[in-house]
Design a protein around this ligand. Structure first.
Ligand code: SF4
Length: 377
């Protein structure tokens, strides 16, 4: 018996299935150095996989936030940070400069915005700002915010009152790095204690400012010290919203000028573990990026870095320029976050509830919603 009904010989195509998204684990604040040291030593493939999962549960995976950093007052710093070209304790040949005029700062911020930056960071080489200096910085903050940029300043130690004044002026972020572990810290800096750094971070948090705090690798520290630094950051009462991971730039005339170079894969590992421990924070690939190959930077992004400093200078040392970054981002299929003026969702605070603004699966899950597909920009 014959049939005229068409016979399909094609292989049935299954209905499209949404791949499961990584589940956003609750934020932790009880990390132990030995546990973190073990994480740092995991096979690299395993570490990258776990870091990517953490990253994708909180962030859109192919977006990078771009900041620009301007030195508003360079050199003659009374502190003795062993890595720093600006310390008055070291003979680096850096000519000290006075606090920049407001107009110059505004022009630099406008140029940074035109080049794609969404955050403008201003750094001054002070132990702490005087109230007279603070007045000038407050005006800078307000003028840069008027351009539609997020603002960040790094001015050294702050009192509670100074932090409150910066918050009232509309400052978004305050940067104050912990640099390294408490145990290794004394090998690098003697003029400011670890506790003083933690105190400034406390003032910053209490004032309602977002915290930018990270460290430097390649100072001669051990893997245990890197785990100690990460534990300090991740066990703060709230994870810093921004975590810069710097690679030492060896500056002639500083005590660390001859430090042994770090294996770049240790930078990748540290970024991956920072991402796993502080999954809702921006992890920034910071100083030292200029010396990395494009392939190493790609690994850093795969490890969960999602923020960079862009521009030819990073305070007083060279940095990857905007043109090189554009070319690299194009090769990697990365896009830059846009400014709040053009509609980017402003990040929410990162606290123990895990409540964040629009950040992919993690935010929705923290709010009790069903996971939504992560959408590449
Ligand atoms: S890192 Fe900052 S505090 Fe330390 S010497 Fe340099 S400018 Fe001064």
């Amino acid at each position: 018996m014959s049939s005229t009904a068409p016979v399909s010989r094609s292989v049935p195509v299954p209905a499209a299935v949404a791949l499961p998204l990584p589940t956003a684990a609750p934020l932790r604040y009880d990390w132990q150095p030995a546990e973190v040291e073990a994480l740092l030593g995991q096979p690299l493939n395993d570490l990258l996989f776990a870091a990517q999962a953490a990253h994708r549960s909180w962030f859109k995976p192919n977006l990078v936030q771009v900041s620009t950093l301007l030195s508003i007052k360079s050199g003659a710093c009374p502190e003795d940070c062993g890595y720093c070209a600006q310390s008055a304790h070291h003979e680096t040949g850096l000519a000290p400069e006075r606090l920049l005029p407001l107009a110059e700062v505004v022009a630099a911020a406008a140029a940074a915005r035109a080049a794609g930056a969404t955050r403008f960071c201003m750094g001054a080489a002070w132990r702490n700002p005087t109230d007279r200096h603070l007045e000038v910085v407050l005006a800078m903050v307000q003028a840069v915010k008027d351009l539609g940029l997020e603002t960040c300043v790094t001015l050294g130690m702050l009192t509670a009152a100074q932090a409150s004044r910066l918050a009232a002026a509309g400052l978004d972020y305050y940067n104050h790095n912990l640099d390294t572990s408490p145990e290794f810290y004394g090998e690098v800096i003697s003029t400011r204690t670890y506790q003083e750094r933690l105190q400034t971070l406390e003032h910053v948090r209490a004032a309602g400012l977002k915290t930018c705090s990270g460290g430097i690798l390649g100072l001669g520290e051990s893997r245990r010290d890197r785990s100690g630094l990460l534990c300090q950051l991740a066990n703060l009462p709230a994870h810093p919203e921004s975590v810069p991971i710097n690679l030492l730039v060896r500056v002639a005339g500083t005590p660390l000028a001859a430090a042994a170079p770090l294996d770049p894969l240790d930078l990748v590992r540290t970024i991956a573990v920072a991402r796993i421990m502080m999954p809702a924070s921006y992890v920034r690939l910071s100083a030292g990026r200029e010396g990395l190959s494009d392939e190493c930077q790609a690994l850093c992004f795969m490890a969960g870095a999602n923020s960079v400093f862009s521009g030819e200078r990073l305070l007083t040392t060279a940095n990857a320029g905007a043109a090189r970054d554009r070319a690299l981002f194009a090769r990697l299929g990365l896009a830059c976050e846009e400014t709040s003026l053009t509609g980017r969702t402003t990040p929410g605070a990162c606290d123990k509830t895990g409540q964040r603004a629009d950040r992919g699966a993690g935010a929705a899950q923290a709010a009790g919603a069903a996971p939504a597909p992560a959408v590449a920009p």
